[in-house]
Design a protein around this ligand. Structure first.
Ligand code: GLA
Length: 584
């Protein structure tokens, strides 16, 4: 059968299969007609409790340093180094195998055939060619294991002439359920799904990744094993608008841009790819979509290149500061057996890691750029009046860069404390602003704690609000004013007359999700393009949870409308929204 035709048939088979599955499960449809996953799918078999929503994942990946030469020895050495270096203690836990772990062979039942030499038995009683062997090894060190596939029929190796003889069938298209079940059964904890084949075949990423998310949820239900979902379609078709919450029980990440490593130079499968500082800066810039990021759901500017040849210690520190202030996944791509003391200190600075792992999960926003390349970035942290601030000098001469309290929404002439996070040093109280001299191409990262003003709460029961599509207020014992509204189907709920001092608002949403998977909603501010928000499980009917999101509002007391609808059915139950005082 010609290749194109085979792909068409595969896709058709998948569509029919998913149709059957959906019909069987009694699927709901969203307002825009998209099919929705059955509410009855439990994400983890037998688990009554919702799984906590994770901070951005931290770990290591094979791709940047080992390209397609990954095997059992490499994985074991890197896992050992992750522990011995102290990185595990600092919070790094994933050992992720990227492309090259599989050469594309399937048996007559479509099961992945693993090369027994590449993945031998590691202990007595094990069978060579069983990926569970390496997973068990990684788990035995108290770490977690990650695996990789492509959403299309072929993986990236097939399309890269620089990678040597092609591996035509290393993608999962036509085998989604089979492959994700297999990954979960082998014991993997994390799966990265690339987009080379999908891109080549002109597939729709929002559709493919949703199908994959269902396959993952099904695999979780069948095996009781959770797979963290990493979407890798390089920002194609703006994943920040459809990815949050797509991955089921406890969060997911989506790539926002191309690879951070420079393209491979020689015609070889081995060796380290080149790190480049300009790529670090541009991936950071492309990764800023604060409206899409909040606890459990993160923009991914790519694996880090810290510790790879060609970055200086200062550049490594800037790189770490950028990923931490944007709350990005911290997946190290360097060879962990070769890290210098300085690199290790950069990777394990606990105060900087705490900025990345902050429970609000928000991203930074640029609060000032008084002259080109002199920038102040700020990220709200959990707790009142706490901000991480990065003063970044992208120019070629050293310069003084300031951050003003008014830019953080703190009272302009108030006093706030400043702590240097790289030097681990309290710098003392400052009034109105803080300025640092920042060397060329470098950055200063500080924690600022000030007195935050009052939060303004808007309850669902305000008579100004509007409901359509059958949305109705219901009584809610646990809610702030005794009322709630549940979204889903065609229901919409609009908060009217919402005011904010600043144009960039941090909005806390109080809600209930009694399910075990995130529910989702779309938010339109003043009738503009919708953003997707994921609402993790909160537990029982009476436990109200909170997420904090970022959105642009009309400032200075002007009236805004915030319209929520839900492509999930049921959607979340809303209690109230609050505009935090520190809105910029
Ligand atoms: C793509 C991804 C990379 C890596 C390679 C493997 O380029 O973006 O992160 O997984 O494929 O070929």
């Amino acid at each position: 059968m010609p290749k194109q035709e085979k792909r068409r048939m595969n896709r058709m088979a998948m569509t029919i299969l998913s149709g059957l599955l959906l019909a069987f499960c009694g699927l709901a449809y969203g307002p825009s007609g998209e099919a929705l996953p059955p509410a009855s799918v439990k994400s983890v078999a037998g688990s009554a409790k919702p799984i906590p929503v994770p901070p951005p994942p931290m770990g290591w990946s094979s791709w940047n340093s080992f390209s397609n030469t990954i095997d059992s020895n490499v994985a074991m050495q890197q896992a050992k180094a992750l522990v011995a270096s102290g990185m595990q203690k600092a919070g790094y836990q994933y050992v992720n195998l990227d492309e090259g772990w599989w050469l594309g062979k399937r048996d007559q039942n479509g099961n992945i055939v693993v090369d027994p030499k590449q993945w031998p038995a590691l202990r007595p009683g094990e069978r060579a060619g069983d990926m569970a062997n390496i997973v068990k090894y990684i788990h035995s060190l108290g770490l977690k294991a990650g695996i990789y596939t492509d959403a299309g029929e072929a993986g990236c190796g097939y399309y890269g002439p620089d990678l040597g003889p092609p591996e035509p069938h290393t993608g999962s298209e036509g085998h989604y359920e089979q492959d994700f079940f297999q990954f979960a059964k082998w014991g993997f904890d994390y799966v990265k799904v690339d987009w080379c084949g999908g891109d080549h075949e002109n597939l729709d990423p929002a559709v493919q990744y949703r199908e994959i998310a269902w396959a993952i949820q099904k695999a979780e239900a069948e095996t009781g094993h959770h797979l963290f979902f990493s979407i890798c379609n390089w920002g194609r078709q703006s994943p920040w608008t459809w990815a949050p919450g797509i991955g089921g029980v406890s969060g997911d990440i989506w790539r926002v841009s191309g690879d951070i490593v420079a393209p491979i130079v020689a015609n070889t499968r081995s060796g380290s790819r080149r790190a480049s500082f300009p790529h670090v800066l541009s991936n950071f810039d492309h990764g800023i979509h604060p409206e899409a990021q909040h606890t459990g759901f993160y923009n991914d500017p790519d694996m880090m290149v810290i510790g790879m040849p060609s970055l200086s210690d200062a550049q490594n520190r800037v790189h770490m500061s950028l990923w931490a202030i944007s709350g990005a996944p911290l997946i190290v791509g360097a060879d962990l057996t070769k890290l210098s003391k300085a690199t290790l200190e950069t990777l394990t600075n606990r105060e900087v890691l705490a900025v990345d792992q902050d429970p609000l999960g928000l991203q930074c926003v640029k609060v000032a750029e008084p002259s080109a390349g002199l920038q102040a970035w700020a990220k709200r942290l959990a707790g009142s009046g706490r901000w991480a601030v990065l003063l970044l000098n992208r120019t070629t001469t050293s310069a003084s860069i300031s951050v003003y309290w008014s830019e953080l929404g703190l009272p302009p002439s108030s006093s706030a404390t400043v702590r240097d996070l790289w030097a681990h040093k309290d710098l003392g109280p400052y009034t109105s602003s803080y300025a640092a001299n920042v060397p060329a191409g470098d950055a200063v990262m500080v924690l600022i704690k000030g007195a935050e003003g009052k939060t303004t709460r808007f309850a669902v029961s305000s008579p100004a609000n509007e409901m359509t599509g059958g949305a109705a207020l219901a009584s809610c014992e646990a809610c702030s004013d005794g009322k709630s509204v549940t979204l889903g189907g065609n229901k919409t709920f609009t908060f009217r007359d919402i005011t904010s001092a600043g144009s960039h608002a941090d909005i806390q949403i109080a809600y209930i999700n009694t399910g075990q998977t995130p529910r989702c909603a779309e938010l339109r501010v003043n009738g503009q393009t919708a953003t997707r928000i994921a609402f993790p499980p909160t537990g029982g009917r009476n436990s109200v949870g909170e997420i904090t999101i970022e959105a642009d509002l009309k400032p200075s007391g002007a009236k805004n409308s915030l319209t929520f609808s839900s492509p999930c059915n049921p959607g979340p139950t809303l209690d109230s929204i609050s505009i935090l005082a520190g809105s910029l």
